[in-house]
Design a protein around this ligand. Structure first.
Ligand SMILES: [Zn+2]
Length: 302
């Protein structure tokens, strides 16, 4: 069973406040392997990663949702620090505008001895696309509606098949020797002349799904990614539907999306700085068992 810890590094929209920093979502996924992914890297994100107890060295890949400054201006500083610390392992940076990432990272005279793998994220496909795969999970992306090239990301674990001893016994598969292991590896075994398939004697353990909307108004692609999601981290720049949305989402809209898509848990972030205190956001929540307002360094483990 995997363990996924999601930490919201900063919760402000656009400009920082004394209590709230720029966007960044840190995902640490552990099973037999450990993967550390950074989604967005606003100014100050590298120090927040340290405060979350993660070594910058261990970040495997960065996924930028869009090139507004509050989501990417921390990247040059973080890469600079990685260079100071002697990183040699290449760092993959995914974004919808890789040329701007190159310019951003070329601005400072850094002495880094590692390659930046500057990966484009597709904007022309309306359906989610798999852009990154590791053992047990993938990262999908889909374009969102924000007025400039912007995407949402989704960590999707593979489903697992666990052998059900009762079904196995009924199929004539003895609980002995290496047959269980062989069936898991080959997905089919022959026992006393009978073919036994993994799918017939097992039950499906669904993988976890974590979605990060980045900045967007409510849109169909985030809804598609979020169907049945275990966790959705969503833009909540405004509190009321009556406010002009400026290509962002409001709290009632996000709650409606959670209901429509059967999302198990929603974490709100990216609040306008006109809400000086996150308690103002909290007071607007009507589904407290399902929806929570993050403060900087808020963390949740699935
Ligand atoms: Zn933003």
């Amino acid at each position: 069973m995997s363990r996924i810890t999601v930490t919201i590094l900063g919760t402000t929209a656009g400009a920082p406040t004394p209590d709230r920093g720029h966007s960044g979502v840190l995902i640490v996924r552990e099973d037999a392997h450990r993967s550390i992914l950074l989604l967005d890297c606003g100014e100050g994100a590298q120090r927040q990663v340290m405060r979350a107890g993660v070594n910058l060295f261990d970040i495997d890949a960065v996924f930028i949702t869009h090139l507004h400054g509050d989501h990417c201006l921390g990247l040059p500083g973080m890469v600079d620090t990685m260079g100071f610390d002697g990183r040699t392992r290449p760092l993959a940076v995914y974004s919808p505008e890789p040329r701007r990432i190159s310019k951003l990272l070329g601005a400072a005279r850094s002495h880094r001895k590692f390659a930046i793998l500057n990966r484009p994220v597709p904007l022309w496909r309306k359906t989610p696309v798999k852009i990154y795969s590791r053992k047990g999970f993938s990262i999908l992306s889909a374009p969102v509606s924000h007025g400039i090239p912007a995407v949402a990301y989704c960590l999707k674990e593979e489903e697992k098949l666990n052998i059900d001893p009762e079904k196995a016994a009924l199929a004539g598969l003895p609980d002995e020797g290496n047959l269980y292991q062989e069936l898991k590896e080959r997905r089919v075994v022959r026992n006393r002349g009978r073919m036994i398939r993994l799918g017939d004697v097992s039950r499906v353990i669904p993988g976890k799904i974590v979605v990060y909307s980045g900045d967007t108004e409510i849109c169909s692609s985030v809804k598609t990614l979020s169907a049945g999601a275990d966790l959705l981290v969503h833009d909540c720049t405004y509190l009321g539907d009556a406010e002009r949305s400026y290509k962002h989402a409001s709290l009632p809209q996000v709650e409606l999306l959670a209901e429509e898509c059967g999302v198990k848990k929603v974490i709100l972030t990216h609040y306008s700085r006109k809400y000086a205190d996150v308690d103002i956001v909290r007071r607007g929540i009507t589904m407290p068992d399902r929806v929570q307002a993050a403060t900087d360094l808020f963390s949740i483990t699935l």
